[in-house]
Design a protein around this ligand. Structure first.
Ligand code: NAD
Ligand code: MG
Length: 395
Protein backbone atom coordinates (compact mmCIF):
# COMPACT_ATOMS: atom_id res chain seq x y z
CA UNK A 1 0.00 0.00 0.00
CA UNK A 2 1.33 3.47 -0.85
CA UNK A 3 1.28 5.52 2.35
CA UNK A 4 -0.27 8.99 2.19
CA UNK A 5 2.20 11.82 2.42
CA UNK A 6 2.41 13.34 5.90
CA UNK A 7 3.23 17.02 6.19
CA UNK A 8 5.43 17.89 9.14
CA UNK A 9 5.97 21.18 10.92
CA UNK A 10 9.21 21.01 12.84
CA UNK A 11 9.78 23.30 15.82
CA UNK A 12 13.50 23.28 16.64
CA UNK A 13 14.71 22.27 13.18
CA UNK A 14 18.41 22.98 13.81
CA UNK A 15 18.65 21.03 17.07
CA UNK A 16 19.67 17.48 17.80
CA UNK A 17 16.09 16.15 17.58
CA UNK A 18 15.22 18.47 14.69
CA UNK A 19 18.11 17.36 12.48
CA UNK A 20 17.46 13.71 13.29
CA UNK A 21 13.82 14.23 12.27
CA UNK A 22 14.95 15.78 8.98
CA UNK A 23 17.23 12.76 8.36
CA UNK A 24 14.12 10.61 8.60
CA UNK A 25 12.27 12.87 6.16
CA UNK A 26 15.18 12.30 3.75
CA UNK A 27 15.03 8.54 4.34
CA UNK A 28 11.30 8.39 3.54
CA UNK A 29 10.80 11.01 0.82
CA UNK A 30 7.55 9.51 -0.43
CA UNK A 31 6.11 9.47 3.06
CA UNK A 32 7.03 12.82 4.67
CA UNK A 33 7.29 16.40 3.51
CA UNK A 34 8.11 19.54 5.47
CA UNK A 35 5.37 22.14 5.83
CA UNK A 36 7.14 24.47 8.24
CA UNK A 37 10.40 24.93 10.12
CA UNK A 38 11.16 26.94 13.24
CA UNK A 39 14.42 27.66 15.05
CA UNK A 40 16.10 30.35 17.09
CA UNK A 41 18.08 31.64 14.11
CA UNK A 42 21.63 31.52 15.46
CA UNK A 43 22.86 29.72 12.34
CA UNK A 44 21.15 31.31 9.33
CA UNK A 45 23.37 29.61 6.72
CA UNK A 46 22.37 26.24 8.10
CA UNK A 47 18.70 27.19 8.01
CA UNK A 48 19.07 28.41 4.41
CA UNK A 49 20.52 25.00 3.49
CA UNK A 50 17.63 23.23 5.21
CA UNK A 51 15.17 25.43 3.28
CA UNK A 52 16.80 24.53 -0.03
CA UNK A 53 16.78 20.84 0.84
CA UNK A 54 13.30 20.50 2.38
CA UNK A 55 11.35 23.34 0.74
CA UNK A 56 9.13 24.33 3.69
CA UNK A 57 6.23 26.68 2.88
CA UNK A 58 6.81 28.74 6.03
CA UNK A 59 9.83 29.37 8.27
CA UNK A 60 9.69 31.06 11.68
CA UNK A 61 12.82 32.32 13.43
CA UNK A 62 12.90 33.76 16.92
CA UNK A 63 15.28 36.56 15.99
CA UNK A 64 13.92 39.15 13.50
CA UNK A 65 17.44 40.01 12.23
CA UNK A 66 17.96 36.33 11.43
CA UNK A 67 14.74 36.33 9.45
CA UNK A 68 16.00 39.32 7.43
CA UNK A 69 19.35 37.67 6.74
CA UNK A 70 17.60 34.46 5.72
CA UNK A 71 15.52 36.45 3.20
CA UNK A 72 18.78 37.66 1.63
CA UNK A 73 20.25 34.16 1.46
CA UNK A 74 17.25 32.49 -0.17
CA UNK A 75 16.46 32.96 -3.84
CA UNK A 76 12.81 33.53 -4.80
CA UNK A 77 10.41 31.82 -4.64
CA UNK A 78 11.26 31.62 -0.98
CA UNK A 79 9.15 30.34 1.92
CA UNK A 80 7.01 32.78 3.85
CA UNK A 81 9.23 34.08 6.66
CA UNK A 82 7.98 34.85 10.16
CA UNK A 83 9.79 36.10 13.26
CA UNK A 84 9.50 36.45 17.01
CA UNK A 85 7.65 34.26 19.49
CA UNK A 86 4.38 35.22 17.74
CA UNK A 87 5.85 34.00 14.44
CA UNK A 88 6.47 30.58 15.98
CA UNK A 89 2.91 30.47 17.32
CA UNK A 90 1.51 31.48 13.93
CA UNK A 91 3.56 28.75 12.25
CA UNK A 92 2.17 25.94 14.39
CA UNK A 93 -1.36 27.37 14.48
CA UNK A 94 -1.90 28.47 10.88
CA UNK A 95 0.24 26.29 8.65
CA UNK A 96 -1.57 23.15 7.59
CA UNK A 97 0.33 20.09 8.81
CA UNK A 98 -0.51 16.53 9.81
CA UNK A 99 1.94 16.53 12.66
CA UNK A 100 3.86 19.16 14.61
CA UNK A 101 7.16 17.92 16.00
CA UNK A 102 7.73 19.95 19.17
CA UNK A 103 11.52 19.96 19.57
CA UNK A 104 12.42 23.42 20.78
CA UNK A 105 14.37 23.38 23.99
CA UNK A 106 12.89 24.79 27.18
CA UNK A 107 9.91 26.94 28.00
CA UNK A 108 10.18 28.74 24.63
CA UNK A 109 8.21 25.81 23.21
CA UNK A 110 5.18 26.25 25.44
CA UNK A 111 3.12 28.71 23.39
CA UNK A 112 3.86 27.19 19.95
CA UNK A 113 3.11 23.69 21.25
CA UNK A 114 -0.14 24.83 22.86
CA UNK A 115 -1.05 26.57 19.59
CA UNK A 116 -0.58 23.30 17.69
CA UNK A 117 -2.83 21.46 20.17
CA UNK A 118 -5.48 24.16 20.02
CA UNK A 119 -5.40 24.02 16.23
CA UNK A 120 -6.17 20.30 16.51
CA UNK A 121 -2.84 19.05 15.14
CA UNK A 122 -1.19 15.80 16.24
CA UNK A 123 1.88 16.67 18.30
CA UNK A 124 5.06 14.58 18.48
CA UNK A 125 6.49 15.89 21.73
CA UNK A 126 10.21 16.01 22.48
CA UNK A 127 10.08 19.33 24.33
CA UNK A 128 9.42 17.90 27.80
CA UNK A 129 9.78 21.27 29.55
CA UNK A 130 6.39 22.28 28.15
CA UNK A 131 4.66 19.40 29.95
CA UNK A 132 6.56 20.20 33.14
CA UNK A 133 5.29 23.78 32.97
CA UNK A 134 1.73 23.10 31.92
CA UNK A 135 1.06 19.36 31.88
CA UNK A 136 -2.43 19.68 33.33
CA UNK A 137 -3.49 22.40 30.86
CA UNK A 138 -1.83 20.82 27.83
CA UNK A 139 -3.27 17.36 28.38
CA UNK A 140 -6.71 18.84 29.12
CA UNK A 141 -6.55 20.87 25.89
CA UNK A 142 -5.45 17.79 23.95
CA UNK A 143 -8.34 15.74 25.39
CA UNK A 144 -10.83 18.52 24.64
CA UNK A 145 -9.65 18.78 21.01
CA UNK A 146 -9.18 15.02 20.55
CA UNK A 147 -5.51 15.69 19.77
CA UNK A 148 -2.88 12.96 20.05
CA UNK A 149 0.22 13.82 22.09
CA UNK A 150 2.79 11.28 20.93
CA UNK A 151 5.96 10.94 23.01
CA UNK A 152 9.36 11.34 21.35
CA UNK A 153 11.42 11.16 24.55
CA UNK A 154 12.88 7.64 24.42
CA UNK A 155 11.64 6.63 27.89
CA UNK A 156 8.12 7.85 27.22
CA UNK A 157 8.04 6.26 23.80
CA UNK A 158 9.03 3.03 25.57
CA UNK A 159 6.28 3.40 28.17
CA UNK A 160 3.76 4.26 25.44
CA UNK A 161 4.69 1.04 23.63
CA UNK A 162 4.57 -1.03 26.85
CA UNK A 163 1.09 0.35 27.60
CA UNK A 164 -0.37 -0.51 24.19
CA UNK A 165 -3.31 -2.85 24.49
CA UNK A 166 -3.55 -2.60 28.28
CA UNK A 167 -6.10 -0.92 30.54
CA UNK A 168 -4.70 1.98 32.55
CA UNK A 169 -6.33 0.52 35.68
CA UNK A 170 -4.05 -2.52 35.40
CA UNK A 171 -0.87 -0.44 35.66
CA UNK A 172 0.91 -0.78 38.99
CA UNK A 173 3.83 1.54 38.18
CA UNK A 174 6.00 3.00 35.46
CA UNK A 175 9.76 2.42 35.74
CA UNK A 176 11.75 5.08 33.92
CA UNK A 177 15.33 4.05 33.22
CA UNK A 178 18.19 6.55 33.63
CA UNK A 179 21.73 6.16 32.35
CA UNK A 180 22.96 7.83 35.53
CA UNK A 181 24.88 10.43 33.48
CA UNK A 182 28.62 11.08 33.40
CA UNK A 183 28.91 11.42 37.20
CA UNK A 184 27.29 8.15 38.20
CA UNK A 185 30.55 6.94 39.72
CA UNK A 186 32.00 10.33 40.69
CA UNK A 187 32.25 10.84 44.47
CA UNK A 188 29.79 13.43 45.74
CA UNK A 189 32.61 15.59 47.13
CA UNK A 190 34.07 16.06 43.63
CA UNK A 191 30.85 17.31 42.03
CA UNK A 192 31.38 20.92 43.15
CA UNK A 193 34.46 21.20 40.95
CA UNK A 194 33.49 19.28 37.80
CA UNK A 195 33.81 21.31 34.60
CA UNK A 196 31.38 22.06 31.79
CA UNK A 197 33.39 19.69 29.58
CA UNK A 198 33.09 16.89 32.16
CA UNK A 199 29.33 17.43 32.38
CA UNK A 200 28.92 17.43 28.59
CA UNK A 201 30.39 13.91 28.30
CA UNK A 202 27.20 11.87 28.25
CA UNK A 203 27.97 8.14 28.38
CA UNK A 204 25.26 6.87 26.00
CA UNK A 205 23.34 9.67 24.18
CA UNK A 206 24.44 12.59 21.96
CA UNK A 207 22.06 15.49 22.59
CA UNK A 208 21.77 19.28 22.84
CA UNK A 209 23.76 21.02 25.61
CA UNK A 210 20.83 21.80 27.94
CA UNK A 211 19.48 18.24 28.14
CA UNK A 212 23.04 16.89 28.45
CA UNK A 213 23.59 19.00 31.57
CA UNK A 214 20.14 17.95 32.82
CA UNK A 215 21.28 14.35 32.39
CA UNK A 216 24.40 15.04 34.45
CA UNK A 217 22.40 16.54 37.36
CA UNK A 218 19.62 13.91 36.88
CA UNK A 219 17.17 16.81 36.52
CA UNK A 220 16.40 15.28 33.15
CA UNK A 221 14.97 12.26 34.93
CA UNK A 222 13.12 14.55 37.32
CA UNK A 223 11.54 16.39 34.38
CA UNK A 224 10.72 13.00 32.87
CA UNK A 225 8.88 11.89 36.02
CA UNK A 226 6.64 14.94 35.63
CA UNK A 227 6.34 14.35 31.88
CA UNK A 228 5.23 10.74 32.50
CA UNK A 229 2.74 11.76 35.18
CA UNK A 230 0.93 13.97 32.66
CA UNK A 231 1.36 11.99 29.45
CA UNK A 232 0.10 8.76 30.98
CA UNK A 233 -2.25 10.22 33.60
CA UNK A 234 -0.81 8.27 36.53
CA UNK A 235 -0.25 9.32 40.14
CA UNK A 236 3.18 10.83 40.89
CA UNK A 237 4.17 7.90 43.13
CA UNK A 238 3.42 5.48 40.29
CA UNK A 239 6.41 6.84 38.39
CA UNK A 240 9.73 5.50 39.64
CA UNK A 241 13.31 5.63 38.42
CA UNK A 242 15.92 2.92 38.07
CA UNK A 243 19.48 3.62 36.95
CA UNK A 244 20.47 1.41 34.01
CA UNK A 245 23.86 2.53 32.64
CA UNK A 246 23.69 0.63 29.32
CA UNK A 247 20.58 2.56 28.09
CA UNK A 248 19.25 -0.60 26.39
CA UNK A 249 15.97 -0.93 28.28
CA UNK A 250 14.35 2.43 27.53
CA UNK A 251 11.68 2.02 30.25
CA UNK A 252 9.19 -0.48 31.68
CA UNK A 253 5.62 -0.82 32.90
CA UNK A 254 4.81 -3.07 35.84
CA UNK A 255 1.23 -4.37 35.92
CA UNK A 256 -0.86 -5.27 38.96
CA UNK A 257 -0.20 -8.99 38.46
CA UNK A 258 3.55 -8.42 38.81
CA UNK A 259 4.25 -8.77 35.10
CA UNK A 260 6.80 -6.21 33.84
CA UNK A 261 6.90 -5.22 30.18
CA UNK A 262 10.03 -3.50 28.87
CA UNK A 263 10.96 -1.88 25.56
CA UNK A 264 14.55 -2.39 24.41
CA UNK A 265 16.70 -1.12 21.58
CA UNK A 266 19.97 0.59 20.75
CA UNK A 267 20.30 4.19 21.94
CA UNK A 268 19.17 6.01 18.77
CA UNK A 269 16.58 8.79 18.91
CA UNK A 270 15.68 7.97 15.31
CA UNK A 271 13.64 5.03 16.59
CA UNK A 272 11.24 6.92 18.91
CA UNK A 273 11.03 9.87 16.49
CA UNK A 274 10.07 7.61 13.58
CA UNK A 275 7.55 5.73 15.72
CA UNK A 276 5.85 9.02 16.62
CA UNK A 277 5.80 10.03 12.94
CA UNK A 278 4.31 6.74 11.70
CA UNK A 279 2.22 5.75 14.76
CA UNK A 280 0.40 3.37 14.97
CA UNK A 281 2.44 1.81 12.19
CA UNK A 282 6.13 0.98 12.11
CA UNK A 283 8.70 1.29 9.35
CA UNK A 284 11.90 -0.62 8.67
CA UNK A 285 14.93 1.55 9.46
CA UNK A 286 18.61 1.33 8.74
CA UNK A 287 19.22 1.98 12.46
CA UNK A 288 21.70 -0.31 14.18
CA UNK A 289 20.08 -3.46 15.58
CA UNK A 290 20.22 -4.61 19.16
CA UNK A 291 22.55 -7.56 19.66
CA UNK A 292 22.00 -8.69 23.24
CA UNK A 293 24.86 -11.15 23.21
CA UNK A 294 27.22 -8.25 22.48
CA UNK A 295 25.64 -6.10 25.18
CA UNK A 296 26.06 -9.15 27.46
CA UNK A 297 25.07 -7.43 30.69
CA UNK A 298 22.21 -5.22 31.77
CA UNK A 299 22.67 -3.72 35.23
CA UNK A 300 20.37 -1.71 37.50
CA UNK A 301 20.89 0.57 40.50
CA UNK A 302 18.89 2.76 42.83
CA UNK A 303 19.41 6.46 42.06
CA UNK A 304 21.33 8.30 44.80
CA UNK A 305 19.09 11.20 45.92
CA UNK A 306 21.75 12.57 48.21
CA UNK A 307 24.28 12.96 45.41
CA UNK A 308 21.67 14.10 42.86
CA UNK A 309 19.25 16.43 44.69
CA UNK A 310 17.53 17.50 41.43
CA UNK A 311 15.64 14.23 41.34
CA UNK A 312 14.25 14.91 44.81
CA UNK A 313 13.46 18.55 43.94
CA UNK A 314 11.51 17.53 40.83
CA UNK A 315 9.45 15.03 42.75
CA UNK A 316 8.77 17.55 45.51
CA UNK A 317 7.64 20.11 42.92
CA UNK A 318 5.31 17.60 41.27
CA UNK A 319 3.78 16.63 44.60
CA UNK A 320 3.44 20.24 45.70
CA UNK A 321 1.65 22.24 43.00
CA UNK A 322 1.43 23.27 39.38
CA UNK A 323 3.24 26.52 40.07
CA UNK A 324 6.11 24.68 41.79
CA UNK A 325 6.74 22.72 38.58
CA UNK A 326 6.92 25.98 36.61
CA UNK A 327 9.40 27.38 39.15
CA UNK A 328 11.45 24.16 39.05
CA UNK A 329 11.73 24.31 35.28
CA UNK A 330 12.47 28.03 35.00
CA UNK A 331 15.08 28.00 37.77
CA UNK A 332 16.72 24.98 36.18
CA UNK A 333 16.87 26.63 32.74
CA UNK A 334 18.49 29.78 34.12
CA UNK A 335 20.91 27.82 36.32
CA UNK A 336 21.95 25.45 33.52
CA UNK A 337 22.57 28.40 31.18
CA UNK A 338 24.74 30.04 33.87
CA UNK A 339 26.66 26.79 34.38
CA UNK A 340 27.25 26.49 30.62
CA UNK A 341 28.48 30.12 30.69
CA UNK A 342 30.86 29.12 33.51
CA UNK A 343 29.26 31.61 35.89
CA UNK A 344 28.25 29.06 38.53
CA UNK A 345 29.50 25.66 39.64
CA UNK A 346 27.75 22.35 38.96
CA UNK A 347 26.33 21.85 42.46
CA UNK A 348 24.98 25.41 42.49
CA UNK A 349 22.43 24.37 39.88
CA UNK A 350 20.48 22.33 42.43
CA UNK A 351 21.05 24.92 45.16
CA UNK A 352 19.52 27.69 43.02
CA UNK A 353 16.52 25.54 42.16
CA UNK A 354 15.94 24.62 45.80
CA UNK A 355 16.07 28.29 46.77
CA UNK A 356 13.62 29.22 44.02
CA UNK A 357 11.22 26.46 45.09
CA UNK A 358 11.23 27.80 48.65
CA UNK A 359 9.67 30.97 47.26
CA UNK A 360 7.26 29.24 44.86
CA UNK A 361 3.68 30.49 44.95
CA UNK A 362 1.17 27.89 46.14
CA UNK A 363 -1.62 26.42 44.10
CA UNK A 364 -2.51 25.45 40.59
CA UNK A 365 -2.21 27.70 37.56
CA UNK A 366 -5.46 28.13 35.72
CA UNK A 367 -4.14 29.42 32.42
CA UNK A 368 -1.12 29.33 30.15
CA UNK A 369 -0.73 33.08 30.76
CA UNK A 370 -0.38 32.38 34.49
CA UNK A 371 2.31 29.77 33.72
CA UNK A 372 4.14 32.28 31.54
CA UNK A 373 4.00 34.89 34.34
CA UNK A 374 5.38 32.56 37.03
CA UNK A 375 8.03 31.41 34.56
CA UNK A 376 9.15 34.97 33.78
CA UNK A 377 9.20 36.04 37.42
CA UNK A 378 11.24 32.98 38.44
CA UNK A 379 13.75 33.59 35.66
CA UNK A 380 14.12 37.20 36.79
CA UNK A 381 14.70 36.29 40.45
CA UNK A 382 17.15 33.47 39.75
CA UNK A 383 19.07 35.52 37.19
CA UNK A 384 19.33 38.38 39.66
CA UNK A 385 20.66 36.01 42.30
CA UNK A 386 23.35 34.82 39.89
CA UNK A 387 24.23 38.35 38.74
CA UNK A 388 24.55 39.70 42.27
CA UNK A 389 27.00 36.97 43.31
CA UNK A 390 29.58 37.28 40.60
CA UNK A 391 32.65 35.37 41.69
CA UNK A 392 31.13 34.10 44.92
CA UNK A 393 28.81 31.20 45.55
CA UNK A 394 25.18 31.88 44.71
CA UNK A 395 23.43 29.69 47.19
P1 NAD B 1 19.02 21.50 20.87
O1 NAD B 1 19.58 22.52 21.76
O2 NAD B 1 19.94 20.62 20.09
O3 NAD B 1 18.02 22.19 19.81
C1 NAD B 1 17.07 23.13 20.21
C2 NAD B 1 16.36 23.72 19.01
O4 NAD B 1 15.43 24.70 19.48
C3 NAD B 1 17.25 24.45 18.01
O5 NAD B 1 16.70 24.30 16.71
C4 NAD B 1 17.17 25.92 18.44
O6 NAD B 1 17.38 26.82 17.36
C5 NAD B 1 15.74 25.99 18.90
N1 NAD B 1 15.52 26.99 19.97
C6 NAD B 1 16.10 27.03 21.18
N2 NAD B 1 15.63 28.08 21.88
C7 NAD B 1 14.72 28.69 21.10
C8 NAD B 1 13.88 29.83 21.27
N3 NAD B 1 13.90 30.56 22.38
N4 NAD B 1 13.05 30.16 20.24
C9 NAD B 1 13.06 29.45 19.09
N5 NAD B 1 13.83 28.36 18.89
C10 NAD B 1 14.64 28.01 19.87
O7 NAD B 1 18.02 20.61 21.76
P2 NAD B 1 17.66 19.07 21.59
O8 NAD B 1 18.68 18.24 22.26
O9 NAD B 1 17.28 18.77 20.19
O10 NAD B 1 16.35 18.98 22.52
C11 NAD B 1 15.11 19.52 22.11
C12 NAD B 1 14.05 19.06 23.10
O11 NAD B 1 13.92 17.64 23.01
C13 NAD B 1 14.40 19.37 24.55
O12 NAD B 1 13.23 19.68 25.26
C14 NAD B 1 14.98 18.06 25.06
O13 NAD B 1 14.76 17.89 26.45
C15 NAD B 1 14.14 17.06 24.28
N6 NAD B 1 14.80 15.76 24.08
C16 NAD B 1 15.97 15.70 23.38
C17 NAD B 1 16.60 14.49 23.19
C18 NAD B 1 17.86 14.39 22.38
O14 NAD B 1 18.32 13.28 22.11
N7 NAD B 1 18.45 15.48 21.96
C19 NAD B 1 16.04 13.32 23.74
C20 NAD B 1 14.84 13.42 24.44
C21 NAD B 1 14.23 14.65 24.61
MG1 MG C 1 14.70 10.81 27.84
Amino acid sequence: MVPTMKQITLLGATGSIGLRTLDLVSSFPEEFSVAGLAARGSNVERIADLCKKYAPRVVALLEPEARDRLAQLLPAPRPELLAGPEGLVALSRDVKADIVVSALVGGAGLLPTMAAIQAGRTVALANKETLVMAGRLMTAAARARGVKLLPVDSEHSAVFQCLAGHGRGDVHRILLTASGGPFRETPKARLATVTVEDALQHPTWKMGAKITIDSATLMNKGLEIIEARWLFDVAPDQVQVVVHPQSIIHSMVEYIDGSVIAQLGVADMGVPILYALTYPERRPTPAARLDLTRVAQLTFFEPDPDKFPCLRLARAALESSGSASVVLNAANEVAVAAFLDRRIGFTEIAALIEQALDGAPAGELGSIEACVDVDAETRRVVQQRIDSHRGGTVA
